[in-house]
Design a protein around this ligand. Structure first.
Ligand SMILES: NC(=O)c1ccc[n+]([C@@H]2O[C@H](COP(=O)([O-])OP(=O)(O)OC[C@H]3O[C@@H](n4cnc5c(N)ncnc54)[C@H](OP(=O)(O)O)[C@@H]3O)[C@@H](O)[C@H]2O)c1
Length: 297
């Protein structure tokens, strides 16, 4: 089979499409014929070697966590699934023609593979951070970096839970945030005053790592009401950093339910052939993805 691999840490050009042995499903796993793989910022952070101290990775290594496809091998102990089922979930080396998943759910009717591949990690993250920041029905939540993958999911889950949202994004994404039910304003010069004009803030999420934690603390009045997933300086200010994934199967089940009820849609900004994974990474790294990017074998 063909898969995307890298043999040294570095920029997008270390990614190459190579011939590789097919992986096989171990106990508790399934193998899928991949139809689409989600591109997450963590993919290029791993490719750059950012996690080598915390979680060393042997090279050469494959790329990708999220995928959607058709089950073609079922590991020992897995029940309730058949060859040919359409699933989306999380695994390893998903930028490939075949990949092994360790967590999955059946794809809701009507969802295509490209869109499905965008959900797993972002929905897990969105559900986790909404719970950890302590956003409750009736609260107003400020979201810095609201138009990306995680932000798109946070806004829609918040709307479903009765949490009001003020989101920041670039000028081209203001209508997008409003369509997702949020009050919107742009980041950049004067943004704190623009947020104040939209209302008072109970809790805040930093999803972009744009260096705004002091302002989020100022707006909420308490560092314990702020949570970041992208700024390692958080703890210096008393702001929690959320970095450990919660239950992916639970998140996938909730995502499938929300999608089936028409309450959650994460648009695919662009699809790339597997051979153009390096371009997909470069585009993701530019930091302005609306929704998700995906690669297609
Ligand atoms: N710790 C964890 O568990 C965890 C989990 C998932 C993701 N992450 C991290 O969280 C971050 C977001 O992930 P993602 O998948 O949502 O990324 P993404 O899809 O690439 O979205 C990035 C978003 O950031 C916005 N943005 C860019 N510059 C900004 C600024 N100065 N102020 C506010 N927003 C700005 C962009 O909005 P515009 O396009 O409108 O400019 C874009 O929509 C990444 O750094 C990722 O590595 C961490």
């Amino acid at each position: 089979m063909r898969k995307v691999s890298f043999a040294e840490f570095g920029g997008p050009d270390v990614l190459h499409l190579v011939d590789a042995e097919e992986p096989h499903a171990g106990p508790g796993q399934v193998r899928i014929a991949v139809r689409a793989a989600g591109v997450n910022p963590v993919d290029w952070r791993i490719r750059e070697g950012q996690f080598q101290q915390a979680r060393p990775l042997d090279l050469p290594a494959g790329v990708g966590l999220d995928a959607a496809g058709v089950v073609d091998e079922i590991g020992a102990g897995v029940e309730g699934l058949a060859i040919g089922d359409r699933v989306f979930g999380e695994g390893t080396s998903t930028y490939a023609e075949f990949a092994v998943l360790s967590a999955w759910a059946r794809m809701p009717e009507g969802l295509d593979f490209a869109e499905a591949a965008g959900y797993p990690s972002v929905v897990e993250t969105a559900l986790r951070v909404l719970d950890q920041v302590g956003a409750r029905p009736g609260d107003t939540l400020l979201v810095s970096g609201a138009s990306g993958g995680v932000g798109s999911a946070v806004l829609q889950v918040a709307r479903e839970r009765g949490i009001a949202v003020i989101g920041t994004a670039g000028a081209g994404n203001q209508d997008y945030l409003r369509e997702l039910g949020a009050a919107a304003t742009t980041y950049g010069e004067g943004w704190v005053d623009r947020v104040r004009r939209l209302g008072s803030v109970d809790v805040a999420l930093d999803l972009a790592g744009a260096g705004v934690l002091p302002e989020l603390v100022e707006l909420t009045g308490d560092p314990r009401k702020v949570l970041t997933i992208a700024d390692l300086s958080g703890p210096e200010l008393g702001v929690r950093f959320s970095g450990t994934a919660g239950s992916v199967p639970d998140a996938l089940a909730e995502a499938a339910d929300l999608i089936a009820r028409g309450k959650l849609r994460i648009p695919v900004e662009k699809s790339y052939p597997l051979a153009e994974a390096a371009t997909a990474h470069a585009d993701s790294q530019s930091g302005h993805t609306r929704g998700r990017r995906v690669v297609l074998p």
